[in-house]
Design a binder for this molecule. Structure first.
Ligand SMILES: Nc1ncnc2c1ncn2[C@@H]1O[C@H](COP(=O)(O)OP(=O)(O)O)[C@@H](O)[C@H]1O
Ligand SMILES: [Mg+2]
Length: 294
């Protein structure tokens, strides 16, 4: 099982580049696709899901070009788009039956699969309630259930945690990590903590380009010895922000505790700290260069 993104570029009308010469090879596991808004995450996912076409380059699924043979991919694909809309007047069960029909599953096996999935996403009790009355988290769980109808080998979820509260976020992450196994899961987000615990590897996008693709440990190693904790008076925070890359800042009684990512000690009194993935991501995004490409 292998997905190869081979020099993919996407240019939109008005000469906006969505992606530029992206190269990425993915194997089974959970890939965290990290990047700020506008990085090209949704563009990449729409191309992989064969919803839109690349302007240049190819995507290969097990050595077949998905633009040439989209059906071979579509039959093993599960896709939860970023702007996943549900039909407010359908019940969860009706919606999933409809989606199963669209995907060409026969009614009898579809019903069995839907019952299993409603249990997996913890919506069995709510199966006959209208989607219009569902919370954001419940809608996302219906979304993941429809993406799993065909037990996909390739599962793509685009910013699935946007709009969820912290508890729903945690539940969604756990659900996805349980689903991994023998499939490729691509999980896009701009929030590091979404994928911190579950990603087997992380691809960082910025400005339509791949900035890094590596295991989390490797990304952490890239900022080892570059993360500093420094306590400064609040009056100096603005100046520090001008001068340094600040990962987090927390106000305490003794001053503001700032985390700075820098090659050199930012000032006397700054102490080296153990890097987090958030530091690594920030460093990668701000330096905008492929440092630890796998
Ligand atoms: N349909 C579109 N038409 C024109 N530009 C687009 C379209 N979709 C995305 N873009 C542009 O492509 C870039 C990447 O967008 P997108 O893939 O949505 O990024 P992300 O999902 O990481 O936020 C952005 O500059 C965005 O404005
Ligand atoms: Mg997006």
């Amino acid at each position: 099982m292998k997905l190869v993104i081979d020099g993919v570029s996407k240019q939109y009308a008005g000469k906006v580049w969505g992606l530029r010469d992206l190269r990425l090879e993915l194997r089974p596991g959970v890939v965290g696709l990290l990047g700020p808004n506008g990085a090209g995450k949704s563009t990449l996912m729409r191309i992989i899901a064969t919803v839109t076409r690349a302007s240049a380059g190819r995507v290969m699924w097990n050595d077949a070009d998905i633009a040439q043979a989209p059906d071979t991919l579509r039959s093993v694909l599960g896709y939860l788009p970023q702007d996943f809309g549900v039909y407010p007047h359908l019940t969860a069960l009706e919606f999933l039956e409809y989606m199963a029909a669209v995907k060409g599953l026969d009614a009898a096996s579809a019903r069995k699969r839907i019952d299993e999935l409603l249990a997996v996403v913890n919506l069995a009790e709510a199966h006959d309630r209208s989607l219009g009355g569902f919370s954001g988290g419940m809608k996302q769980r219906v979304g993941i259930a429809q993406a799993l109808l065909n037990d996909p080998e390739l599962l793509i979820v685009d910013e699935p945690t946007a709009g969820l509260d912290p508890e729903e976020r945690a539940r969604f992450r756990n659900l996805l990590s349980e689903l991994s196994g023998e499939r490729i899961v691509i999980f896009s987000t701009h929030i590091v903590s979404d994928i911190e615990a579950i990603a087997t590897d992380i691809a960082i996008l910025g400005g339509g380009r791949l900035l890094a693709h590596a295991a989390p440990e490797e990304l952490l190693r890239a900022v080892e010895g570059k993360v500093w904790e420094w306590v400064i008076p609040s009056a100096e925070v603005a100046a520090a922000k001008q001068k340094f890359l600040i990962s987090t800042s927390v106000r305490r009684t003794d001053g503001v505790h700032v985390r700075i990512v820098a090659a050199e000690r930012p000032g006397a009194g700054a102490a080296l700290a153990a890097p987090t993935l958030e530091d690594a991501y920030l460093y990668c995004i701000s330096s905008q260069r492929a440092s630890v490409a796998a």
